[in-house]
Design a protein. Sequence first.
Length: 583
Amino acid sequence: MAHALRTHDLDDADLVERNLNGLWISCILDQLEAAGVHRAVACPGGRSAAMLLAMGRRAAFGEVLISVDERSGAYTALGMIKATGAPAAIVTTSGSAVANLVPALTEADECGLPLVVITCDRPRNLRHTGFGQMIDHLGACQSFVRASVDLPDPVDDAAAIAELKQSVARVLAQRNGPRPGPIHINIPFAGRYESTEPGAISPTAIREARRPAFFHASPIPEENQIDLLIDRLRLRSGMKGLIVAGPECAVPTAQLAEFAAQTGFPVLADTASGLRGSGLAHVLSGFDSLGAADSAGLGAPELVIRLGLAPVMPAVQDYLLAHPCLTIKISRTAQERDYLHPAYSALVNPSEAELQRLGAALACGNPLWRETWCAVAARGARLRRAVVERLPWGEVPAASEIFQHRGFEFLHLGNSMPIRHADFFYENRADRQPVYSNRGVWGIDGTLGTFLGEAAATGQSGLLVLGDLAFIHDLPALANAQRHRRPACVCVINNSGGAIFDFLPMSNLPDYRRAVSNPYQIDIGMAAAAFGLRYHRCENRAALREALDAAAAYDGFTIVEAAVPAGSAALGLQHIGLALRRG
């Protein structure tokens, strides 16, 4: 059922060039405001020009970031969502621009994030006629969105304007509900070449546009039957339980920390879960807990509670596969299966009250079980730290130095090696530092753009840690970094290629270096200079520490390069692993 909401009165300034496109846009923006969409990333073009100009005149869209590159721009909108939980829009012009949204759409789809895709199209009569810069916008996005609408061409008709509002409201409602995620609005604008070409509008159409915006309520998810779950699984106090928290947890960090404290279960927490900042003594590193010789004495759990995506550490995955048991999987959306658990009970998007009820049933856990885990992890951490202190300069000492730094309000972990390094070296702490990642589909795409969106949306100082390949993959995002005026550090661990593959059997195959690891030369300092950004190159721990301190004190983007020898990650981690196995 549609409900009317109050909206502003239209005046001449709301209508770009007083044409039908401007009237259409005004109605669409009313609907976006009504749905709580107040952040946007806009990509310029002839088709999108009228939308960008109109957004810039709306006070409600206080954070419209202009991006020259659609792929980076879409990830920037995604970063805004990750950092705030609120929906954000990406606006593009027509043609291949839309295809560049697909990488970010795959992440939004996998993680259930409310990305609002607005694609500005040419008139319908030009479709399939050979006119340039036109593709099937709906087809390009349809595999990854929850709902889409191909709006009609703008017409000077009151009934059509009323239906336009209803159509946009219906699609926007689908970003939430039992299966949240991205939605798509395609807008064919009048005009052969660009969308601000003038044209007359009738008073009747203007009167209809002045009517309030519509609002469609999102589908209401079903409540979780916590008491039935407790009874069916025979949950009780004193169980040998284990919480495993991976990236992209479906529960706010503060609520998750409260739940972990309530159960008393040991917690194997990826850094990207955010729980390493809870201050709880029983939040542990999976590597420290399971990499040491005495980890064999930990035994099997009676209950595992899984949150978020799969844990990054192979040792944690191996432990779960080796010890199948009663499992509860907490996720943002319902999922068909999980490769780590042949069978599990699902708890979908639980409320705070539901989590508290589950925690109360499990309260205090098994103290001896918890203390055993903590003792094994503590011994592992001591051995790990001792090895790192003895290692010569390389990727492992650099990563350890980076993750000991405390000068930034939030952290983003790039995929491949940095997210793994964080699980080794980001020690448990109590400052509740938000930690983000793009772990939904596990790639290095869009890392700079996502970080920029998080920094822009929160206004907080941020540290991004990524590899040289991920840096190169998203260079266009640095154009937007020029405008940022808060401390933001992009720390590039430059190991000359894909070091993650050095840990796999393929690294011993002939021609591995050329075909897979793909070494090359890049002058990161010159790349920074090309975009007018501050830059520091570091070749030892002291220089790296000083560069991070300087970046945390500078109002703007800084690129810090930790230049490390190729292959030093594999060598350093082998030393740590050997020390833990020897005990």
